[in-house]
Design a protein around this ligand. Structure first.
Ligand code: MIC
Ligand code: SF4
Length: 645
């Protein structure tokens, strides 16, 4: 039987378990990446593990999220990460060098390799044929120390692309179509693999737009073949030697096949407040807009911004629209400056931001009250923009640019004429002067680690209790994102290395009284609906509830990375045996799980007593042997330390 692309890479990297779908496997990790908002914590964890030098082929620490520096906190964190990277064999991409996923694709990604990153959009690397997953910081720390990364051996969905995109229809519209079909839960436990003749018409950055936003499907990762297009991109990046061919066997077996006719796609938008709330731009009529933001790890490549510059050239953005543009990397930014496109953007009225995540994570450029904001980003969760009632629509750069001119939702296929050809340059501008190599093994001892006062120790994890008896401090609905659990944004993000401070904002979008009530109770349980914890990889969404005394989270279903983060933090993740039982628990109820530790050890069914209602609710833990050991040890850090004794 033939193999899929994912199966080929996984079978070359498996170090624990067997390639049986649905079972847990451990894979060797070739490359890691971190960004600063999750990185400080990841490096504190790496330090706590006591490993001198990373054991990966390439580990890179990026600074791209917290670049506002409205106080000393972020600048201190940058110095901390820079110094720890230098000491432990990690390359350091300095602030100003660009967004981790964009830069990694340009300069470091290699087809056929495995990559994990402490950021959920790490699957961007799938655009160049990597098996690339988002992970919690602790998982990345373990991988840097040479440990395996554990995932559920995924099912594989094949998306067959045929024909090619029409003028001004974009890779973003491809992934919006996949999101329309599969929804934000549709990718859970799956790899989304792209194939068919349509693949040939997509460049690596376009493929990366698609795999990037596969994160919004909840997928383990998304991947494209590595073919002559990949080679062309690597050549243009001066890295032809990194190319290997990877394609699925003709007789590879997929669990599901989806057909997409690229030629039939029209420009679309993901409407508030979910990336799968898809409508055609035409359907939205001529709704008035207030803001346009172009950039993010989804859509800030050289060609994306060249298209935008071409559309804006010689024009002025609409008087009622504020237009912000953040190029994805220093490479993109410099090339736009050198070829004059930057001048076209500036003179059209664009507010040029530094190449970083910026408005995508609410670091500035929050829209006006109830403002309609068109963004080329990947997430439009409620409140994420920094404006509680902001209405964020996710669109392609083409839609964003034309709409910035007209001031209303505008379909570029109707507004613009024939599209000129946009070709990947034969040679990108290569200058890695903002990537600091690590110190040599001999010099590593001399490197001093620079720590600012904002860095606080992470919360103490404790081995799983014999029994849990606690109140439901919060009950929430379906599709709760990590932006609900642990919001980001300009006011909070600087405190990512300060869990006690962050805890005041936990679940702020749902219920601002939660932190106080949780602390007062001393221990508690959170109850949620389906797809709980979707979105970001931030382990803070587990560490902060841990700090607030949360012992267990009971939901209809979990998003993959968040569930691992809960286990890594030593919080028990449980799901209802019967989803209808969700209605049998109210906020404030007291729940009892007698002998839960013993039930976990011996695989006995777990029955929760709802003391308030006098009912009994069967729940599942579905823990692998390793996950059990992690919980029993009180989290991954304790477990890893025990293992290395
Ligand atoms: C995001 O897009 O939500 C982030 C910010 O990049 C996160 C990481 C974080 O919370 O620091 C992610 O996607 O993992
Ligand atoms: Fe940065 Fe936004 Fe990409 Fe997250 S989704 S890595 S915040 S650009």
């Amino acid at each position: 039987m033939g193999l899929t692309i994912a199966e080929k890479i996984l079978s070359q990297h498996i170090v624990d378990g067997e390639m049986i779908k649905g079972t847990e496997i451990g894979i060797r990790i070739d490359q890691t990446l971190t960004q600063d908002a999750t990185g400080t914590m990841a490096y504190l964890e790496f330090e706590a593990m006591g490993v001198d030098r990373v054991k990966t082929e390439r580990s890179v620490a990026y600074i791209d999220h917290n670049t506002l520096q409205s106080g000393f906190e972020n600048a201190d964190d940058h110095r901390f990460i820079g110094s720890i990277a230098k000491k432990h064999g990690i390359y350091f991409s300095r602030p100003g060098n660009g967004i981790c996923h964009q830069v990694h694709l340009e300069r470091f990604g290699k087809p056929g390799k495995t990559l994990i990153g402490s950021d959920s959009h790490t699957p961007t690397g799938g655009g160049i044929g990597m098996f690339a997953c988002g992970a919690g910081g602790l998982d990345v720390a373990v991988a840097m120390g040479g440990g395996a990364y554990y995932i559920t051996c995924p099912e594989c969905v094949r998306v067959n692309l045929k024909n090619k995109l029409s003028d001004w229809v974009s890779a973003k519209d491809v992934i919006l179509e996949v999101l329309r079909i599969l929804t934000v839960k549709g990718g859970v436990g799956k790899v989304i693999e792209y194939g068919g003749e349509g693949v040939k018409s997509l460049t690596v950055p376009e493929r990366a737009t698609i795999t990037n936003m596969g994160a919004e499907l909840g997928a383990t990762t998304s991947i494209f073949p590595s073919d002559e297009i990949t080679l062309e991109f690597l050549k243009a990046q001066g890295r032809a030697e990194d190319w290997v061919e990877i394609k699925a066997d003709d007789d590879a077996v997929y669990d599901k096949v989806i057909e997409i006719d690229l030629a039939a796609l029209k420009p679309m938008a993901a409407c508030p407040h979910s990336p799968d709330n898809i409508k055609a731009i035409k359907e939205l009529g001529s709704k008035k807009i207030d803001q346009v933001c172009i950039g993010s790890c989804t859509n800030s490549s050289f060609i994306d911004l060249m298209k935008v510059a071409t559309i804006l050239k010689g024009k002025t953005c609409h008087p009622d629209v504020s237009l912000a543009i953040a190029p994805g990397s220093k490479q993109v930014f410099t090339m736009l400056a050198q070829n004059g496109a930057l001048a076209d953007l500036i003179s059209a009225g664009a507010r040029i931001l530094e190449c970083a995540c910026g408005p995508c994570i609410g670091m500035g450029q929050s829209p006006n009250s109830n403002g309609v904001s068109l963004r080329t980003f990947n997430r439009n969760f409620e409140g994420r923009s920094g404006t509680a009632d902001g209405q964020v629509y996710l669109v392609s750069p083409e839609v964003a640019a034309v709409s910035a001119l007209t001031g209303v939702f505008t379909d570029p296929t109707e507004y613009l004429g024939e599209m000129p050809e946009f070709k990947i340059p034969e040679h990108f501008l290569i200058n890695d002067n903002m990537v600091e190599p690590p110190a040599s093994v001999e010099d590593a001892d001399k490197v001093e680690i620079l720590r600012g006062p904002n860095i606080k120790p992470f919360p103490v994890t404790t081995p799983l209790d014999e029994s849990i008896n606690a109140d439901v401090i919060l009950k929430v609905g379906d599709n709760i994102t990590t932006d609900h659990i642990m919001p980001a944004g300009a006011k909070i993000l600087p405190y990512r290395s300060n869990i006690p401070y962050l805890s005041q904002f936990c679940f702020g979008v749902c219920d601002t009284t939660f932190p106080k009530r949780a602390l007062e109770a001393g221990k508690g349980i959170v109850v949620g609906g389906a797809n709980y914890g979707q979105g970001s990889s931030r382990e803070h969404a587990a560490l902060v509830p841990l700090y607030l005394g949360i012992k267990a989270v009971l939901v209809k279903s979990f998003a993959r990375i968040h569930r691992s983060n809960l286990i890594n933090a030593g919080i028990l993740p449980l799901t209802f045996e019967y989803e209808a039982d969700y209605d049998a628990i109210d906020q404030g109820d007291t729940l009892e799980m007698p002998d839960v530790r013993e039930c976990i050890i011996n695989d006995k069914p777990i029955l929760i007593k709802n003391v308030t209602k006098g009912t009994v609710i069967p729940v599942k833990s579905e823990l692998s042997g390793r996950a059990k050991d992690i919980l029993l040890a009180g989290g991954l850090l304790n477990y890893t330390k025990e293992q290395s004794k």
